[in-house]
Design a protein around this ligand. Sequence first.
Ligand code: 1YM
Length: 685
Amino acid sequence: MTKNQNYGGDQIQVLEGLEAVRKRPGMYIGTTSSRGLHHLVYEIVDNAVDEALAGFCDTVNVTIHKDNSITVTDNGRGVPVDINHKTGRPAIEVVYTVLHAGGKFGGGGYKVSGGLHGVGASVVNALSENMKVIVKRDGKIHEQTYERGKITTDLTVTGECDENDTGTSVTFLPDKEIFKETLIYDFDVLKNRLREMAFLTKGLKIVLTDERTFEEIEAQKEKEKQLHGGENFSEHEDEISEPEEDVKEEISADKDSEDVRQEIFHYEGGIKEFVQYLNKAKTPAYEEVIYCEGIKDKVSVEVAFQHNDGFSDITECFANNINTPEGGMHLTGFKNALTKTFNDYAKKNKLIKDNDPALSGEDIREGLAAIISVKIENPQFEGQTKQKLGNAEARGAVDSIVTEQLTYFLEQNPSVARIICEKAILAQRAREAARKARDLTRRKNVLEGGGLPGKLADCSDKDPANCEIFIVEGDSAGGSAKKARTRTTQAILPLRGKILNVEKTRPEKALENEEIRSMITAFGTGIHGEFNIEKLRYDKIIIMTDADVDGAHIATLLLTFFYRFMPELIREGHVYLAQPPLFKIEKNKKVWYAYSDDELNSIIEEIGRDQNNKVQRYKGLGEMDADQLWETTMDPEKRILLRVDMNESSEAEVDITFSTLMGDQVEPRREFIEQNAKYAKNLDI
Ligand code: 1YM
C-alpha cells in the first residue's frame, strides 16, 4: 500500500507507465530469462558509471546478497532529492518511478552508458519485488522504498552524515512473478560485464562481492530445477576445463575454500589494459599496445590493439559502452584505416614491391586483438539483434583518427611496423599457397566425384532436422556406435586418436588434416566466410568421448576446432556432448547406470550395500557393447546430452577461454584450472 496520497495527474500516468513495463517486460529489457535478470544490474550500474564519466565518482560496489537481491553503491553526488518543478515531486522519485525513453533526465551533455535497452532505473524498480534507495547528500541520509514500482514510503531523512560523504545506494530484489525462469545471479556473468565496464571507464574502481557460498548457490539451483521439473538436457555447459599434462596435479578439490567471493576491477590504462587482457593467454608479437584517441564530428574515439602469434582476429567494438558484436560503422572505419595505413607503410618502406599484390585486411588482422570504443550522441543500433552501430559519422571519425595517429606511430616505431608487416606478408603467402593447393584438390575432387568421407556411416533420412551425427573417439567405440545406432536418423563418424590442436596450427595447415576434412565434408556447411548454416546436414552434432581426462581433452580439441572454423554451430546450439555413464551397478540380474559419484552412492543406498552388489567402473566407451552404448548414451529417450552454449559470455571471454585451454602459455591455464576446479564434476585423473 502506498502511504503517499498526494497524487496529481502526472503520478497516475506514472503508474500506468510502470504497469506497461510489468505487462510487457520483454519490450523494455529484451527478455525475462537469465539475461534480463542480469540486465537489471547493468541498468543501475550504468547510472553510477555515468556519474563517474561526469567526474564525480570513482568507486562502484556491486553486492549479490544471499537472497539474490542486489545492492549497487557509488560515491558520486547522490541522486538529487530536491523538488522537481515540472512534477512537483522530489527528483529522486521521478528517477525511480517515471518511465524514461532512455535519454538523460535533466543535466546537460548526453547519457553515455546505458545497457542495450538503456531504459533506466524506473524499469528496474517496476520489475522488482522491492527496492530501496539511499542517498547521501548535503550532510543528510535520505531514503525511499518501493514495491513493484510503487512508492511504499515517502522520501525520508533517516540520519546525518559528513557533508563530503555523498553517494547513491540502490538495493533491489527481482520479482519472481516476472523472472520465472531463474532468480539466481551468476557471479561470472556479472564479473565479465563489470570487468568490461571498468576497462571502458579508465580509473573507475568496480568491486563485485558475492555473499552466497558455493554450496548455497548449488542448493538454490537444485531447488529451482525441482520447481521447474526435470529436463533431459542442460542448457548451460560453457566451460570445459581440461588440463595439459604438466598441470594435472594442480587440480585439488578446494570447493569451499573461500566463502565470500570478491573481484576488484580498476584499470588506469583503460582499453590498453583490455587489449593486454585479451592477449593474456597468447604471446604478443611486440611489446607495446598501439593506442589512438580523439574526437571528430562529435564522436569520441578510442582504439587500442596489439598482435599476437595466433591466427584469429578478436576485435571487440563498443558504442557508448555497449558491446556491438555485429560491428558496424566504427568497425568498418577501423578496418579501412588499418588496411590502408599498413599497405602505405609497407610500400613506402619497400617491404612489399610496387607490383606485388596489396596486403588484404585479413592478412593484416591475423592474430590481432583490438578494442574500439566510441561515444556518440544518438547511437543507432541496427541489424537483426540491434547489435550493429549504424551511425555513418562513426566510420569517418574512427578512420581518420586511426589513419593519422597510426601513420605517425609506425614512423616513430619502425621495428614494430616491420614485425606487423612481415607477419601480414607471411599470412598472405600461406593463404596464397593454400588457395593454389585447394584449386588442385578441387580439380581432383571433380575427377574422383568428391563425396562424403569413407569412414562416415551416414543416416538415410535426408531431412537435417531429424538427423544427428556422433563424432566418436576411436575405431572400436565407433564400431559399437555403428551397430547401436538408429540408421535412419543417426550418423556415426569415428575419429582416430587425438585430433589436431587448431589453436597452435596455421589454419591452412589444419585443413590438410584428415579428421578435420572429414568433419567439414560431413557437416556440409563450409567454414569461415563461406560458412552456411542452411547447408548443415545434421541438427545435432554430438561429441561422444570417454568419460575421462583424455576424453575431455579430445572434446575440447573438437570444440576449439568448431569455435575457430564454424563458431555459428556453437552459437546456434547445434553442438552437444554425450554423457556416457561412469558406473554400471548389477544386483540380482537387475542393472543400473550411474553418471556421477553422487548418483552411484544414492543408487547403492537405495538397493542396499551388500555382497551381491557388483559395481563396474567404465574406463571408456569401448568397454560397452552396442546394446549398452545405445541404452546409456545414444537412445534419445534415455540419454543425457549437454548442449554447448556460449551463455552470456562475450566473444572476448570465449576467445580467451579457448586460448587459455589450448594455447601455448601454461600459467594462464594453471590459473583457469584453479579457479574452475570446483565446477568440474567427475574429473577422473
Ligand atoms: C547506484 C546507482 O544512480 N548514481 C547517481 C545518479 C544520478 C546522479 C548521481 C546525479 C546526476 C546529476 C546531478 C545530473 C542521477 N541523477 C539523475 C537526475 N547510482 C546512481 N549519481 N546530480 C546527481 O545528471 O545532473 C538521474 S541519475 F535526473 F536526478 F539528475
